[in-house]
Design a protein around this ligand. Sequence first.
Ligand code: SAM
Length: 422
Amino acid sequence: MEVTIERILPGGLGLAHAGGKTIMVALAAPGDRLRVRIEKVKGNVSFASIEEVIEPSPNRIEPPCPYFGRCGGCDFQQLSYQAQLDAKVEMIRDCLHRIAGLEKLPECEIVAAPNQWKYRSRTQWQYDSARKRLGYFESGSRRVCDVSECAVLAPELQASLELVRNLMLDNRLPMEARDFRAVAGDKGVAISPSVSGPKIREMNRSIHGETYTLRPESFFQTNADLLPKLIDMALRDAQGETAIELYCGVGLFTIPLARRFKQVSAVESDRDATAFARKNLTRAGLSNTKIDCEDVGDWLQKNLESAGKAKQRRRFGSPADDSLNEGQIQSAVDAGALQIDFVLLDPPRTGAESRVINQLLRLEPGRICYVSCDPATLARDLKKLFTGGYSLESIVAFDMFPQTHHVEAVVHLSQEIRSNDA
Ligand SMILES: C[S@@+](CC[C@H](N)C(=O)[O-])C[C@H]1O[C@@H](n2cnc3c(N)ncnc32)[C@H](O)[C@@H]1O
């Protein structure tokens, strides 16, 4: 079947129409004329792979990596770098329109990566001990694509990949290991599980004048080169009395927040990450921040309730163990028992749970910054925030993951002034 690719969709597939059907093509470029093979049909949508490029898009380039098409890691190498950036902006705007329901689409600047290759400073290599393969999963499968050189790895991680490969070829890797995680710090690389020499379990990484200790297992942004700009954009001009940070990891945004606000409360559910975040704040000499290790939804629920109870006690002298109804909690928030100037949230790819957004709306922070690595779940959550009285101040994309369809977005929202507030 012959198709022409119209544009790249969120998720990275090329969109085409033929014979009344919607066809999504992997590894395509907008404008490509292709002969494709249908691999799978789901309802009215067919998923296809490229059999032949009949006429290449002007944006199509020769993918430099020998594993391209087999390795599931990079699905944008066929696009020139400018076309990658354009596609990412279009994906975000598409989600804001279709999912968040914005009629008037905002401008969305994208900050390019300083390095389009060799940028990844944290990674996970899959290991198939039976077949002696080390690398990444093949696309759409759990088969390990054996990779000896990865074009997006930072040089120190490429050297570590070679080290682990040599150990594999010498039968010196633990047979039970299924994967290896590695992170590059200021002075070397930590690999987990440890493979040779002295066990290095954690690393220090300096970003924007602050030091973060972390482990290979900890979540940390993979593109360290862009982090100073990402942090500056996420915090922008925020400052004041009270800030809350949801999903704080090892404290990437927590330290800069603690330098700008009198009091910060942060939440993270991973025990190790929470311990590192506390350690990182202590090293930075900051004592105005409390970090709780808890599920964000549970934490917000508990805090809204206890703020409500405190307010009740002050108002009516009711006992501390009174359980409050929704209306009482809301009245406490309305009466200013919880006055939050700024909330920063950076949830995982699945976005924030529905109850988290509802609780956020009850908190009524003056401003919200939402950092997201998935435009679709971001748009889903923004729709609820718009309905709840927030409006979009700005959205800026960051190309944290060149050569892949993934993109990071930083959104600033502020409370709309209602006519009866004026
Ligand atoms: C995208 S990362 C952001 C971390 C941090 N802001 C950073 O940039 O390094 C999301 C974090 O949320 C945490 N997380 C995921 N689900 C959570 C939940 N339900 N409650 C609290 N934290 C959660 C993960 O452990 C992870 O550290």
